[in-house]
Design a protein. Structure first.
Length: 156
């Protein structure tokens, strides 16, 4: 919780917006694209794209189902994917163990309030700035480039 609050405060201080669409400036912490596909197809394509890019798929959470298990009705469509490139994760964790609070990488597939399907991932380069790990910007940029490929492939 502490890191979440600090992240929001940091974003406000440096002028980052929380979300940004593909092609927008690097000030956004999220990389987001829209898709015309149904959620099930996006999820299938996302899993395939992860495998093609050598990212392990560690877990998939259907938030509607998870909340229903807890007796809460959530009418939205939202599926969270936890993905990881273990070699990059190791490199980052060895330099800054606090990064374990944001690993593995998460990709969300959801229906936005305007009814459109979106796919979003937090930009690792923005997280390195937040954690003060500028020495890891190169590795973060590589991970971010791959995450963008995965998201873009799933959206098409």
């Amino acid at each position: 919780m502490k890191h979440a609050v600090l992240l929001v405060l940091w974003l406000a201080a440096v002028g980052c917006s929380l979300s940004g669409r593909a092609g927008e400036g690097s000030g956004a912490i999220l990389y987001t694209v829209e898709s015309r596909k149904p959620v099930a197809t996006i999820c299938e394509d996302l899993a395939k794209a992860c495998a093609e890019e050598k990212f392990g798929l560690l877990a998939v959470y259907d938030l509607m189902e998870k909340m229903r298990e807890k007796g809460i009705e959530f009418g939205g469509e939202c599926v969270i994917f936890e993905v990881c490139n273990p070699l990059k994760a190791l490199q980052m964790l060895e330099k800054n163990p606090e990064l374990s609070t944001v690993l593995p990488c998460r990709i969300a597939v959801f229906r936005a309030s305007d009814g459109r399907m979106r796919i979003s991932a937090i930009r690792p380069t923005a997280l390195m700035e937040f954690y003060g790990s500028v020495d890891l910007q190169g590795a973060a940029a590589e991970v971010e480039k791959t995450l963008k490929k995965i998201v873009d492939r799933a959206a098409r």
